[in-house]
Design a protein around this ligand. Structure first.
Ligand code: PEP
Ligand code: MG
Length: 463
C-alpha cells in the first residue's frame, strides 16, 4: 500500500529527473524524506510510527536495485550457502533448518559472522579466497568445518568416508548428552562456571539444552541489527524477560548495546568512519545518546524482576566511562522506583576488551561486581590486527603471550578486590588454553552453546 502512494513515486522521479541522482539514492532519499515528514507528526503516534515503514520499504527496494536482496530466512530446501561474504545481520536471519553449512570467500574466524555460525552450531568455512559462482548451483558439496575444507562433487569413495565421519560425529555428540546435568569440575575438585554466549532467544534455548550454568554474554546488539528502527523498550523487555525465565534462576549477563564496527544498523546514522573499529561503537554511542542507553537499561532492569540478570558494559577504556555508565544506571533505577516498577538485584560488570581496561583493571575493579574478558577485541587491539581482515591470519598468534599476560594481570587485579572474572571471547572455548585459565583461577568460561558439553568433558578430564 505504501508503495502505491503517489507521493513516494513522485519523490523518486523528481530526484532522478531533477537532480540526476541514481535510482538507489533517489529511493533512499524519498523514503527518508517521507519518514521525516511522518516522524514530525508529534500529536499522532500512529502516523509517527509509519516513519519506520517508509525506511523499511525504501531500504528493501534499494537492496533489490543493488541486486543485494537475498532473504536467507526463506530458503526452502536443504542447501550449502556460498557467498563472497555475509554480514552478521544476514547470518542471524538464516533459516538453520535448511542452510546445512555456509562457505564464504572472504571473512575471518573472529568476525561476528563466524562467531554467530558457532553459536547456531552451523558448519562454516570462511576466507576460502574463492568467489561465489552461480555455476556451482545444484552441485553436491562437502563442507568440513574441522579441516576448513570444501569439496565440490566428491567421488563416491570420499563421500562414503565423510558419511562415516558424520555418523561418528553425531554419535559422539549424543554420548556427550549425559554431561548435561553434571557440574564442571576438574579431577582435583576445582570448579569453574561454564556459561553460554547468546545473541537471541533461540540461542538461550540451545544454552538450556546444553546444560549451561548461566549466560555469560547476551550480545544484545543482535536485537538491534537487521531492523528498520530501534527495538522498543517493550520488545527488549520481552526478550530479556524470556531469557531470564528460560534460565530459571541461573545468571543471565546482558551486555548493553555493542553496535558499530562490523555490526551496523542504518537507522543509527553513524556516518562513514575511517576506522570504525576504533570509532563510534558500544558504550561510546550509549554515553553520547543516553536516551538509547536508558531505554535499554529500563528494559533490562524491568526484566530483572523475573530471574537473575546482570548487566555489563562493553568497550570500556577508563574509570570515567564506568562511572558515567553506573550513574545513568542509578538514574534509571531511581526512575523505576519512583514509578513503583519492580526490579531485582542486578550485578554490574564491564568487559575487559581494550588494553587500557586490562592495564587499569586494579582501579576498575573497585567500581564493579565482575569482569568479563573479551579476548576477540583484546587480541585485535593489543596486537593492532583487525579481526575482520583475513590477511591478518598469517600474522595472528591466537595465543599471543602479550594477550595472555594481560589476562593473567586482569584476573590477579580482580581477585584482589573480590571481583569475579569470566572469559567470553572465543579463546574461552579453546581447549589448548583451558588449563591456563584454570591455573590462573578464571572463575567462568562463556562459550557458544554447541561447545559447552565437549568443553565440560575436557575440564572433567583435567587434573
Ligand atoms: C570480545 O571482543 O571478545 C567479545 C566477546 O565481544 P564481541 O566478539 O561481540 O566483540
Ligand atoms: Mg568485543
Amino acid at each position: 500500500m505504501l508503495l502505491l502512494d503517489p507521493d513516494f513515486e513522485d519523490a523518486v522521479k523528481d530526484e532522478i529527473i531533477g537532480q540526476h541522482s541514481n535510482a538507489v539514492f533517489a529511493v533512499k532519499k524519498a523514503g527518508k524524506d517521507l519518514a521525516d515528514f511522518f516522524s514530525a507528526m508529534e500529536d499522532n503516534e500512529y502516523m509517527q510510527q509509519r516513519c519506520a515503514d517508509f525506511l523499511d520499504i525504501s531500504d528493501r527496494i534499494a537492496r533489490v536495485l543493488e541486486n543485494a536482496d537475498c532473504n536467507l530466512s526463506t530458503i526452502d530446501e536443504p542447501v550449502i550457502l556460498m557467498a563472497d561474504d555475509l554480514t552478521p545481520g544476514e547470518t542471524i536471519q538464516m533459516d538453520t533448518t535448511n542452510v546445512l553449512a555456509f562457505v564464504t570467500g572472504g571473512g575471518s574466524v573472529n568476525s561476528h559472522t563466524a562467531i554467530l555460525a558457532r553459536s547456531i552450531g552451523i558448519t562454516a568455512v570462511v576466507n576460502t579466497g574463492v568467489e561465489a559462482d552461480t555455476k556451482l548451483n545444484g552441485h553436491m558439496g562437502i563442507v568440513d568445518g574441522d579441516m576448513g575444507r570444501v569439496l565440490i562433487d566428491p567421488e563416491d569413495e570420499i563421500l562414503e568416508k565423510y558419511e562415516e565421519k558424520l555418523k561418528k560425529y553425531n554419535d559422539e555428540k549424543k554420548s556427550l548428552e549425559e554431561l548435561r546435568t553434571v557440574s564442571t569440575v576438574t579431577r582435583s575438585g576445582r570448579k569453574i562456571d561454564l556459561y553460554a554466549n547468546v545473541g537471541n532467544i533461540q540461542d538461550v534455548v540451545r544454552a538450556v539444552d546444553s546444560g549451561a550454568d548461566g549466560i555469560g554474554l547476551f550480545r544484545s546488539e543482535f536485537l538491534y541489527i537487521g531492523k528498520a528502527d530501534f527495538p522498543s523498550e517493550e520488545e527488549q523487555f520481552e526478550s530479556y524477560k524470556k531469557a531470564a525465565e528460560l534460565m530459571n534462576g541461573k545468571e543471565v549477563i546482558i551486555r548493553t548495546l555493542d553496535i558499530g564496527a562490523d555490526k551496523k544498523a542504518d537507522y543509527l546514522n553513524l556516518g562513514k568512519e575511517e576506522n570504525p573499529a576504533m570509532g563510534m561503537r558500544a558504550i561510546r554511542i550509549c554515553l553520547k545518546h543516553p536516551e538509547i542507553f536508558k531505554t535499554q537499561l529500563r528494559a533490562i532492569y524491568r526484566a530483572s524482576a523475573f530471574g537473575t540478570i546482570s548487566v555489563m558494559f562493553p568497550m570500556i577504556t577508563s574509570a570515567h566511562e564506568v562511572e558515567r555508565a553506573l550513574q545513568i544506571t542509578d538514574d534509571v533505577k531511581k526512575e523505576l522506583s519512583d514509578k513503583s516498577i519492580r526490579y531485582g538485584e542486578v550485578k554490574r560488570g564491564i568487559m575487559i576488551e581494550t588494553p587500557a581496561a586490562a592495564v587499569m583493571s586494579d582501579i576498575l575493579a573497585e567500581k564493579v561486581d565482575f569482569f568479563s574478558i573479551g579476548t576477540n577485541d583484546l587480541t585485535q587491539y593489543t596486537l593492532a590486527m583487525d579481526r575482520q581482515n583475513p590477511e591478518m591470519s598469517e600474522f595472528l598468534d591466537m595465543h599471543s603471550p602479550a594477550v595472555l599476560r594481560l589476562i593473567k594481570m586482569t584476573v590477579r587485579n580482580a581477585h584482589e578486590k573480590n571481583v569475579k572474572v569470566g572469559i567470553c571471547g572465543e579463546l574461552g572455548a579453546d581447549p589448548k588454553l583451558t588449563e591456563f585459565f584454570i591455573n590462573n583461577e578464571v572463575d567462568e568460561l562463556s562459550v557458544s552453546a554447541p561447545k559447552i558439553l565437549s568443553l565440560r568433558k575436557h575440564i572433567r578430564e583435567l587434573e
